[in-house]
Design a protein around this ligand. Structure first.
Ligand SMILES: *Cc1c(COP(=O)(O)O)cnc(C)c1O
Length: 357
């Protein structure tokens, strides 16, 4: 039995993978593979439309917003966003490495002001988001810091358009989309395979910058063409659709949130209340429900490699921490079963009993 804690690309619902496999062999009884149909065909049009409609339904996206599927990953949004929205000045919350990368690209388009940062403590807490100045074009936040295991997990009020990279916590909880100007992310953490990027954009924010925008980087191009301006990632969109169908069948994002909190609690409770060997790295009030980061206490540090080996033999995959934090990281995305988290805790407990100093 394997337990998939990969940070991304990561675990997907079994049924989404099975149905994709079937569609690769024969899409809807057409006798053609999903991989060899035209993106202008009726079959793909239906897939694209259902996928957009499910996004709207699952997140209760209000009128005035469009859902786009584009290429280039979340990293492409780091530049596409300021291309479309940054006239003079933008605010960035420096909550981790992805946030820093986003700010770096924005600097090519205008003045970038760091609203707040948690760099002083290696991003182990979520920076404050208050006293937001009103003279900037937007405020950019990263709701879940995949590498450091910190998360905002609430929708803040912002006096200026709020832009969120939600790559690693999208659809893990209900979100009040009306509080955001743009929400974007790579699909490969929580909603699909690599290759497609979702962008939820408030249309009224567009068309206000002075610069010319290349067609492919202009959100309006993709809005006008229902994300079919050029050939979209047909395969990735199909698997994303199957993943959204699964989320809906499970009871939607409210249910996802309930389960995700319960799953994270299993591991955090062990770290907080039982373990003498493992300790969480993120401050309690900032802890992520999606990526749980932990290390060994100083006196056990030399056992980290041994634990990785032990865990691997027990079927725990992808728990090595990011090199910037070290230690371990268990990613507990939507489709990871609670039983996998319990299995990890059992494995940690067993190792601890055998090796405690
Ligand atoms: C993974 C990740 C990215 C980068 O995504 P790509 O699709 O690989 O460009 C950006 N932001 C966050 C929060 C991430 O977790």
């Amino acid at each position: 039995m394997k337990h998939n804690f990969n940070a991304g690309p990561s675990i997907l619902p079994g049924v989404a993978i099975e149905n994709t496999a079937k569609a690769i062999l024969d899409l809807n009884g057409t006798g053609l593979s999903l991989l060899e149909i035209s993106h202008r065909s009726k079959d793909f049009e239906a897939i694209n439309n259902e996928c957009m409609a499910l996004w709207k339904e699952l997140l209760a996206i209000p009128d005035g917003y469009k859902v786009l599927f584009v290429g280039g990953g979340a990293s492409m949004q780091f530049c596409m966003l300021p291309y479309n929205l940054l006239n003079k000045k933008a605010l960035y919350c420096e909550s981790g490495v992805w946030a820093k990368k986003a700010a770096k690209e924005a600097k090519l388009f205008g003045e970038v002001v760091t609203l707040s940062s948690s760099a002083d403590k290696n991003f182990s807490y979520y920076p404050e988001l208050k006293n937001i100045p009103q003279d900037a074009d937007y405020l950019h936040i990263t709701t879940n810091n995949t590498i450091y295991g910190t998360e905002l997990r609430r929708d803040i009020d912002s006096p200026i358009p709020l832009v969120a990279d939600m790559s690693s916590d999208i659809l893990s909880r209900p979100v009040d989309v009306s509080k955001y100007g743009v929400i974007y992310g790579g699909a490969q953490k929580n909603v699909g395979p690599a290759g497609v990027t979702f962008v939820i954009v408030k249309e009224s924010l567009l068309g206000k910058v002075q610069r010319a925008i290349p067609s492919m980087l202009d959100y309006r191009t993709h809005i006008e063409n229902d994300s079919l301006y050029n050939t979209p990632p047909v395969f990735a969109i199909y698997t994303m659709l199957e993943t959204l169908r699964w989320i809906k069948a499970q009871g939607g994002v409210t249910k996802m949130n309930e389960r995700n909190v319960q799953k994270a609690d299993i591991l955090y409770n062990y770290l907080d209340n039982e373990s003498q060997m493992f300790v969480g790295t993120a401050e309690k009030t900032s802890r992520s429900v999606m990526n749980i980061c932990f290390v060994m206490t100083p006196e056990h540090k030399d056992l980290e490699e041994a634990f990785l080996e032990f865990a691997k033999k027990a079927g725990m995959l992808g728990i090595k921490g990011h090199r910037l934090v070290g230690g371990f990281r268990a990613s507990t995305y939507n489709s990871l079963p609670a039983a996998s988290v319990q299995a990890l805790v059992d494995c940690m407990r067993e190792f601890e009993q055998q090796n405690k100093k």
